[in-house]
Structures are given as structure tokens and as C-alpha cells.
Design a protein around this ligand. Sequence first.
Ligand code: UTP
Length: 484
Amino acid sequence: MATQTLTIEQRLENAKAALTKADQSQVLKFIDELTDEQKDQLLGQIESVDWVEVTRLVQSHVLNTPEFKKPDSIEPAPYLPRIPTKDLADQYKQAKKHGEKLLRDGKVAAFTVAGGQGTRLGWNGPKGSYPATAIRKIPLFCCFAEFIRKAEQKFNTTIPWYIMTSPINDAATRAFFEEHGNFGLRPDNIMIFPQGMMPAFDAKTGKALLESPDTLAMAPNGHGGSIKALYTSGAVADMKERGIEQLSYVQVDNPLVKVIDPLFIGLHAQANAEMSSKALPKAYAKEKVGVFCKVDGKTTVIEYTNLPDELAEKVDDKGELVYKGGSIAIHVIATDFIERINTQEGGFALPYNRADKKVAVWDEANNVTIKPEVANAVKLETFVFDALPMCSESVILETDRIEEFSPIKNADEEGALDCPATCKQGQTERAARWLQTAGVIIPRKEDGTVDAVIELSHIKAIDPEDLKDLDLPTEIDAGTEVLI
Ligand code: UTP
């Protein structure tokens, strides 16, 4: 019988049965004190959880930490170089042309995962609303919208934009888009949909936590949740209707990312790949990034915590790291692939990962929700790159930090990395690189870094080649702020 047709009492009986089996009855502790409306809200949350799966995951991931089993067959995954070697030059030229054609034919959409909670940054609002650019301080969402608008104009096309939120920030994200007139994009080309959630568990007892008497403490189920949510939300059906074949996947926190990259899209499509990735060569052996490997012949990202030291540190006869390609969450995904794995017999499941986090919980003695000072809970998350081994074909293309990677993860503080200050510097360095290629003289400090703050708006250029149409200064003065 459908849940809507059951009475609150019947739903409560069902919830009790499922929770008793899962040894999680504590979430109903305050049920007798709740109004019908509150009961409905708590039962709705309980009904959204697979408690059989939870029972298994609490044992494997909360009360214990899953052990990584080194695969029998593991080797580094090869990747294509950022700058093509002579023998690849023609392939790159053809691939870029092909990517541009797919764009012109309206077969490419942009996809941003923005369902994370951004706890490290500590911004009060969806992370996409964070004022990110070096001079104008435009929000991350606006930065991506400008990129899309420029790409639409450049390729005379429409690029639909799919955005994954979570039930926690969905309403705020929609309101932000509305408030800003969808950043100049047509609203019917933007689709915002929420991802799935998982309860948070007490790290010591494995019990699901309550945030208040009528609310389970729940968290988004990781960016891997996008593979399912794209399908269940109807986004894939919408893409099929529009004739979208390829989805350009980016994260919300990296304003340098090429939201649309014709070369990458073309290399992926020409190889008939199902999901492809960009790789950033590791700066040093133990850098904290997942590494692209081939496990039993399948492209797989192995987390730095799991990659054995002897592999992480292995060098070839030129002294180069062998396991070098770091994963930075930039992908192209074929629409057909998302549909295929969501509709295949037996479905699909991405593995869960354990994250120890601070989660606000209900303090019964003081009748208040408290935010802990230290991590008290375990959140369970899936990662999108764990879909890679399910692909028949997968391409990896190298990029570099200056060109495309300066995420905002942490708040600004002395010595912080991946924070607004390092991102501002990153934006300046890339703008300077592009401007220098176009002949502009760039002031530099003794250590080689740029002695100015430069913001190059995406509405003006999304690729160095776009600079040729612009009226550029011949030189940038040291110590100045320059907006182009
Ligand atoms: P992060 O792993 O940096 O997590 O997400 P976060 O939640 O944003 O930040 P912290 O860890 O709480 O500080 C990387 C990207 O994946 C998205 C984020 O929005 C970001 O674009 N993401 C993450 C989701 O869409 N859903 C999730 O459940 C987790």
C-alpha cells in the first residue's frame, strides 16, 4: 500500500518494525510528545532510509573502518598530455573540432554538483553563493553562468545547465538564482534538483542521531549521489528530450574550472568513452589526492589514504612518479551511461566512504540542539569517481593547476590552502598566463608570482584564443588591480 494512504499510526508501526530490526529505535524516543505534523515529518525522513542497508553499513563503516584490500592487479592509468606531443597533435585538433561540433549541435550540457554542506568554508548559504572572484567578488554560480553564456555565444548554441543541490540547500539555491535573474540565463535551460540523504551516526555507538525531537540528523550522500539523482530527478529524461549526449561535470567550488572544454569533450566522445576525467599530476608523492589507476584493467581512482606507500612513492628510471595522475573531479559523462547503469538489471551501487564530522545533535537535558567542538559523528558518502570502473571506455586528460584548479574549500587563515586567498591568487596567475600569451607585459615579483590582482571575466574569455578579439592593455602596472 502506498505510504500516503496509510494513517500516521500505521506508518509508525512500520517504522517501529524497521527500526527495531536495525537496532535504531532511539530515533522514535520523543514520538509521543510530537504533534501529527511533526510525526509526519519524522516518519517521512525514516521512510526515506533503507534501514537494512543502514544495518550493514553501521557494522562495516561506523563501528568499524572498512579495510582497503590491495587489488591483485594494479597499475597506473595512462593519461593524455595537456600539450599534445607531435604524434598527438592531429588527434587533438580533430577532437577539439568534434567537441565544438557537439556544442554547436546542442548535444552538450553543463552539470554542477552543489549539494555539499561546505562545512570547512563555513559560509552561511549555498557554497555557490560565495563571492569568489578576485575583484568583482561575483558568486561562484555567477562565474559558471558567465562561462556558459560565453560558450553559448561562441558556439551559437544552447547549453542547458543541471545543478544538483541537497534537500538542505535546495530552496536557498533556487531563491538565489531567482534573486539574481538566473544570472542572465533562460530559466527553462536551468534544472535544479536535490540529491539523496543519509542519516548521520554517533561515532561511538553507531546509532542514528536526532537533530531535534522531530528531525533525524541527515547529510547529503556524497557527490556520487549525482549518478542516481540525475536519473530519478528526471534530469536524464530531460536531456534525452533535448538531444543531450554529453554532460560536463564540475564541482561548485572551483571558479577556474572549464565548465565546457571542447577538446576534453571531443577526446571523450571520439573514444566512445562513457565517463572521462581530467588529471592533475601530483606535486609530490604523498599529496592528498586520489590517484588514477587501472585495477583489473578498469580505470579506478584509489584514495591517497589507500594507495600503498611503495606505489605512491614509486619512481621510474627518470625519477618521475609512476602513480602520478591526481583526480580533481572534472568529468565528461555520457547521458547513455547514466541511463544504462540506472536501468540495468539489479541496479548499481557506489561504495560508501566514512567521513568523521561535527554534527549538531539534540541535547535532551537542556532542550536544545548543540553544535559539537570536535567530530562526534560519522557521515556516509559515495564518490562520483567510483562510477569509473563501471565504464566500458574512459579517457583521462592532463590539466595543470594554474589552468584549471584552485578550489575554495577552507576559510582564509594564516597558512591555509585551497581557500579564498589562494583562489584569488590562482585566478590572477591564470589570467596573467593567458594575457602574457596574448603579448601583455605582466609584472612579477622576485619569486615569479604576479605583482598585481587580475580578474579576467568569463564573459570576455573562456579560452586564451578569445583574447584576440579584445582590446587589451600592453602592460599591467605592478601593484594594481585590473579587471578585464
Ligand atoms: P566536498 O567534498 O568539498 O564537500 O565537495 P563539501 O560538502 O562541499 O565541503 P565540506 O567537506 O563540508 O567542507 C566537493 C563537491 O561535491 C559537492 C560539493 O557541493 C562540491 O561541489 N557535493 C559534495 C555534493 O554535491 N554532494 C555531497 O553530498 C557532497
